[in-house]
Design a protein around this ligand. Sequence first.
Ligand code: 2HG
Ligand code: ZN
Length: 464
Amino acid sequence: MNGKNQKAAAALQRACAGLKVVTEPSVLESHGRDWTRFRAPRPAAVAFPESVSQVQQLVAAAAAAEIALVPSGGRTGLSGGAVAADGEVVVSFDRMRRVLDFNRVDRTLTVEAGVVTATVQERAAAEGLYYPVSFAAEGSSQIGGNIATNAGGIRVLRYGLTRDQVAGLKVVTGRGEVLECNRGLIKNASGYDLRHLFTGSEGTLGLIVEATLRLTDPPPPSKVLLLGVDSMDALMKVFATLRARLDLSAFEFFTDRALHHVRVGQGLPPPLDASCPLYVIVELDCPTEWQEEAAMDCFESCAERGWLLDGVISQSDRQIAELWRYREGISESISHFPPYKNDLSVTVSRVPEFLRRMDRLIGEICPEFEVVWYGHIGDGNLHMNILKPADLGLETFESRCHEISERTYALTRDIGGSISAEHGIGLLKQPWLDRVRSAEEIGFMRGIKQVFDPAGIFNPGKLL
Ligand code: 2HG
Ligand code: ZN
């Protein structure tokens, strides 16, 4: 640790009585990064506040000494939003993991920022209710991070994003005040809804310390279909048919390359007899036999029209979990390459056009790379992972991927899409923010940042 870092850590420790501040190399390494692998972690220290008042003290001391703070949750992010590569102090919420309140009438759960997403789901289930945000990293990601990135996942199609579950937020701003946004209300027409500014702000406006989350009714018994199709056009027709007749809670896709990697990575058998270019995972409500018959009817009519090549339907809860592994295990199975990630979004109706044009572009500019696609078709959110060839250095690979990004984002903009659907801009996509947000918008975003974080201490270099 250099002298400047040592001073920063000591200044915070002095100013905040009882605050745990760690400078041990293994903790700097583990807490200075998220799941991205393109920047080496170099934080000055990691602070572990235990209470809102400790967070306030920490922020006041950091603002006075101009020490940059990087908020950090479960560190499962994929855009470098929680990476501290430049001598910042990481603020970990690992010690703020209390469930503060459950309100049965309001159907809300109030938690500290460090509570793990799966814990919220489990607590909701224990109360006979349901927290619907779900994704592969839910066993380690924390609610504060979910809110800061407005996390999506596999059930956005029915329940919306994390934003739609946030009924209230407590935030410590860069001025050290505590803001209580919305306080769990359903209706609140009293001016700007600051809760929605902090949601998705990627830790650049304030530190989210507590959240009140809306819970809902548990879904009825469900079934999962795994289907094979031979083109994106056919896939979209299947989507339209199923959506019109069935109660879908998820409609996800992956390519044959994605299937190859998840099978190797997780040791899974082929899911279908036929090999298909594209696969779909559909989850639907099946409370009675009637819905299952309707699903089989849809399946047959799609197959008769030549849109489906093959398919299976789950026969038990165990099989539901097994089928989901083909989709949820993909990201982990390719993580060792490592992949250069893009988290793109377009309107659902333009997905086939976008993928067609992207296929052409990839064939033109980087046919030597393996590109793996999967994602949330029901939300128009496509994950494009470019795998690093073993014989290419990380830096050369990254700079090639930057060239690819230029063309990809130009196409994305042309089609009216976004360069991040759910992972955030973070550190890695920051140079391209202006491809999808206008100069005026970015100007307003900077103005807002200045209001909440006048000393510019929160997550500098991320997003803006
Ligand atoms: C998913 O949908 C996650 O599986 C991760 O958002 C996406 O690995 C990715 O690129
Ligand atoms: Zn995703």
